[in-house]
Design a protein around this ligand. Structure first.
Ligand SMILES: Nc1ncnc2c1ncn2[C@@H]1O[C@H](COP(=O)(O)OP(=O)(O)O)[C@@H](O)[C@H]1O
Ligand SMILES: [Mg+2]
Length: 368
């Protein structure tokens, strides 16, 4: 099916022959073509109107295609524009680098018209499908938010009503009756906590992202101190290496630290001396953090389930919880271009890993 003609393609290339050739091929398919001969003119055009797809040359004066790609992929406003590299040859290193920077595809010169058109169409369709899926997801999310939100107030009323019941009819209730009422209170508190976690999950997915500089060592240390206050008698050896300052959303990063550390503290509770170690290593494009504990661990056969809502490997009797924390972490990271994973073994502790892109400059304060 042809893609509607209003799709805008931006070709960025310093070679007039190459521009001429690509434009000729694409004009036949009714795309609207815009042309930039270098990265700076391209940026001006993008700021004026965001194209649906970019065809990008590798070698250009001033800023080359790789640096330009990195710049766009680090910017929330522009990172979703699909980029197809125009490479002089199928040189493996260039292609590897282009994909590592987040490019969607490449075509090699001399261009085959049918291939170029097919690749452009494929990526336009993929972007459209992704947008549709994201919208459907947002709708589902706001539906879940409303349901959770609406359930919370009747639950709070039930708790208050039971309080009144116990106060006003104290003499009438037998010990069994009081115990039953206390059990109902306990269960409503549990459900309220689950609802609070679901609201946090929804918040992690819909909150506007504001990027600023974060001293990650400080965030982890402060959160650890806050959580330790709740269990003052525990003996924990908390080791934080020299963690970096990064650019991320502070509110979401705090929620991330809270979920990771509360798991590490919870699942080491049975240890006489718990050890929690936090490290960070750098890869070409990412910070990779690890939070290692020496707690109860888990069976790796079930690891893929753990990031789903309500999935738990340990019973409520052994360790309290709602099974939403890891889903919150994954959502926080995905929204900022990172991801989370977990390793562990029964009785040998667990390590939570997460990656976040290395940003050299703050992204604009934009909704992601
Ligand atoms: N540090 C850890 N050690 C062992 N198991 C863990 C750890 N972190 C998470 N898990 C497992 O993953 C499950 C999901 O974690 P989470 O979503 O935070 O939910 P919750 O902590 O409320 O159970 C936990 O129930 C537990 O089985
Ligand atoms: Mg948890």
């Amino acid at each position: 099916m042809p893609v509607p003609y209003e799709k805008q393609i931006l070709i960025i290339d310093d070679s007039p022959e190459s521009i001429e050739l690509v434009s000729c091929i694409l004009k036949r398919s009714d795309f609207t073509i815009r042309i930039a001969k270098n990265a700076n003119s391209a940026l001006k055009l993008i700021q004026f109107q965001i194209p649906h797809i970019i065809l990008l040359d590798v070698n250009m004066p001033e800023m080359n295609g790789f640096d330009f790609c990195r710049l766009l992929k680090n910017n929330v406003q522009y990172k979703k524009i699909p980029i197809i590299f125009l490479t002089a040859s199928d040189e493996e290193e260039s292609i590897r680098k282009a994909f590592a920077l987040g490019a969607q595809d490449y075509v090699t010169k001399p261009f085959k018209p049918a291939e170029l058109i097919a690749r452009v169409n494929t990526h336009l369709k993929l972007t459209q499908r992704t947008e549709e899926l994201e919208n459907a997801y947002k709708n589902l999310d706001s539906f879940c938010y409303s349901v959770a939100h609406d359930l919370k107030s009747p639950l709070l009323s039930i708790r208050r009503l039971i309080d009144f019941l116990l106060q006003d009819y104290d003499e009438i209730f037998t010990a069994d009756g009081k115990e039953l009422a206390a059990k109902i209170q306990e269960k409503t508190t549990e459900v309220t906590e689950i609802i609070d976690h679901l609201l946090e999950l929804s918040h992690a997915g819909s909150k506007k992202i504001h990027i600023s500089k974060i001293d990650t060592r400080q965030y982890f240390t402060d959160m650890y101190k806050n959580l330790c206050v709740l269990e003052p008698s525990r003996k924990v050896c908390f080791q934080v290496e020299n963690l970096p300052c990064i650019y991320a959303d502070p509110v979401l990063f705090k929620l991330l630290c809270q979920n990771i550390l509360s798991n590490a503290l919870k699942y080491t509770r049975k240890k006489d001396c718990a050890v929690i170690e936090i490290n960070c290593r750098l890869t070409e494009n990412y910070f990779v953090f690890s939070i290692k504990d020496n707690g109860i661990g888990f069976d790796m056969r079930y690891v893929n389930r753990l990031f789903h809502v309500f999935e738990r490997l340990h019973s409520e009797r052994e360790f309290e919880g709602s099974g939403v924390g890891l889903a919150i972490c994954q959502r926080i990271l995905q929204r900022q271009g990172g991801k989370a994973w977990l390793t562990g073994a029964p009785g040998k502790g667990a390590s939570f890993f997460f990656s976040l892109p290395r940003r050299e400059m703050p992204m604009m304060e934009k909704d992601c």
